[in-house]
Design a protein around this ligand. Sequence first.
Ligand code: DWN
Ligand code: SAH
Ligand code: ZN
Length: 400
Amino acid sequence: MKCRICSGNVREFFDLGPQPVSDAFLLPPARADEFFYRLRVGVCESCMMVQQAEEIPRQKMFHADYPYRSSGSALIRQHFAAVARRFLETELSGPDAFIVEIGSNDGVMLKTISQAGIRHLGVDPSGGAAEVSAECGVRVQVDFFDETTAGTILARDGQADVIYSANTVSHISYLDSVFRGVDKLLADNGVFVIEDRYLGDILEQTAFDQIYDEHFYLFSVRSVRALAQLHGLELSGVEHLPVHGGTIRYTISRPGRRAISPEIARLCALEPVDFAVFEGFARRAADIRDALTTLLTGLREQGRRVVGYGATAKSATILNYCGIGPDLIPCICDSTPGKQGRLTPGSHIPVLAAESFAAPYPDYALLFAWNHAEEIMAKEQEFKRRGGRWIMYVPEVHIV
Ligand code: DWN
Ligand code: SAH
Ligand code: ZN
C-alpha cells in the first residue's frame, strides 16, 4: 500500500472488516443492496500519516442528505463562536479581510463572522447543512473544496487572509489538490488553520471508533508538518484542545512568515515511531470489542434494557466491528432530526428522538457520543437519579 500523501510505504495495522457509510442512516425497511467496504488502516513509514487503504467516492458520504449538524452540541457552538471571535480580533482585523471555511456545515463558526460584517465564504458539499447556514446569513458555496473550487473563489473574491477548516481536512483523500488550492488562494501573510482529531489522543484512549469512512486520515503533528512541507508551506503553530476527545489546531503559513512554535518539536518528540504502538492499539481495540459484547450479552440474559445514546458516525465502527444489532441495543436516542426515524447503517438499529430516552428510562445507556459526556450527563441527570447507569467503552469498557 502506497502513501496517499508522499508515496512512501504504508504498513497496515488494523482491519475493521466490512463497514457501511457511517452517516448513511437508512429509511426503513433495510435494503439488501446497502453499500459496504473493508475498512483497513495503516501508517506511512516515511511521513507517518495514518490513512485508510481504500477510498470510497466522496459523493457517497457528502451530499444533500448528509445528516450531521455541528450545532447539535452547546459546547461545540461555544467552541466555534470563540474561534470566530479570535479570528476577528487578530487575522481578520485589517481592511477588507476575507475568510474561507472548508466544511462550514450548518454555519456554526461563520455565523459569528457574518454577524460582524466580515467578508467570508463557506464551502461545503452537504446541501442540507449549507441551507441551514444560509438561513443564518452565512454565504456558502455548495461544493467540494479542491484546486478547481479554489480557482473559482480566487477569480471571484480574491485571496483569503484565513482559510479555516475543522474536522474536514482529514476527511479529504485528495489532499494534493486541496493544498494546491490553498496555495493559490491564501494571501502571502495568510494562515491556513486546521482543527482535527489528534492521533496521539486516539492511540492513548484506544478511541478506535474515530476510524470510519469520513476520517480518511488521522493527523499527528509529524504528519501534518510533512504534509505542509511537501506543498511548499510551513507548520508554524499547534495547540492541543480538548474538543471531541482531543484535537489539535494546526496553523500553516508560507515559509518564513510566522515564528515557529516550540510546541511543535515538543509534541513531535512524544509521537510514536515504533510500529508496535500501532499493533498494540489494534489489540486493545479487539479487547474492547470482546468486553463490550460480553457485557451486553450478559445484561440481555439478565433481562436488562440497554439503549444507545448519540447515533454518532463513530458508532458505525463500534456497532459493525462488534456485530451489535437491535437484539442487544433496541434503539439509539439522538437529537438530530435527519437521523430520527431511520436505521443505523449496517447494524439497522432504529434511531429515536432524544425525548424517547425518558419514556421510560432504560436500565443502562451505552454512550456512543462519549466526546460529549459532560454535556449529555448534565442534561440527563434524572436518568442517573432513577438508578440508570452509563456504559462507556473509552478508554476501556466501564460502567458509571
Ligand atoms: O468529524 C466529524 C464530526 C465533527 O462530526 C464528522 N465526520 C461527523 C461527526 O462525527 P460524530 O457523528 O461522531 O460526531 P459527534 O459530535 O460525536 O455526534 C454527536 C451525536 O450525538 C449527534 O448525532 C448529536 C447527538 N447528541 C445528542 O443526541 N444529544 C449530541 C449531544 C451533545 C446531545 O446532547
Ligand atoms: N466543520 C464542522 C463540520 C465537520 S463535518 C465541524 O467541525 O463541526 C465534515 C464536513 O465536511 C461536512 O459538512 C462535509 O460536507 C464537509 N466536507 C467533506 N468534504 C469536503 C470538501 N472537499 N470540501 C468542503 N467540505 C467538505
Ligand atoms: Zn507518507
